[in-house]
Design a binder for this molecule. Sequence first.
Ligand code: PAF
Length: 285
Amino acid sequence: MKILEAASDMRAQSATWRLAGERIGFVPTMGNLHAGHLSLVERARQRADRVVVSIFVNPLQFGPHEDFERYPRTFEADVEKLAALGVDAVFHPAVETMYPRWPQPTVVRADPDLAARWEGAARPGHFDGVTTVVLKLFNLVQPDVAVFGQKDYQQWRILSRMVEDLDVPVEMVRAPIAREQDGLAMSSRNQYLNARQRAIAPALYATLCRTAEALLAGSPVADALEAGTARLQEAGFDAVDYLALCDGDTLEPLAVVRPGAVLLAAARLGTTRLLDNLLLDEPGG
Ligand code: PAF
């Protein structure tokens, strides 16, 4: 497995594969890989001849008071896991490679309607940072197919819109959420939880499931969301940032259930924000 740091090395490697007629699959990550990331890698492997994984903790998507500095960096362990899966190359650029003009980089603005709500409202500028880094990674890796996790549903929608609007020649694949046995969606941030918080955390997915059941049984949307929010508070979440039923394409809140609807949730345990979601059309979400 190659470890590439320079932009020119990444481009040259991709050009060689493309010349040989090989399809390139790509999984962008910020490292600290868990089984959820590895399931994305496996999906990329099924759809491509070569698989590239990037590991880059992107400063542009963290707000000034967020966890950029303490974000777990576990490069050696990550590389071992990726080598065991037969990944062809790890792209591990430095900040100067990704943002030659840092701290004043050129920024690609995320679709303002999609980015205004939910995570975007809580984290101003976050999605511009994500859109910018992913477009730059696409330019360097030149993938045919890229795999993203459903856990960050809004990110997925915004990046798909970016690909569509800017005619980026990449097939976007959305992989289902990988969960712990108790239902908690896998996330690098789960390791910030103490034992008490970890015991509360699965209530997020349980609440999404119960709320979906209530909605599908005909409960009015406002009542189901209010009951779900109360359940999260009772379970011990310190704050419920949102529990919302939205249109899966536009992310606009819905007053009635309709095909393509998604339940989105973000709730806090101490300073850790947990995200989860459930697609109402797909059993198991
Ligand atoms: O989902 C993530 O880990 C990040 O937002 C991504 C897509 C790797 C961009 O930094």
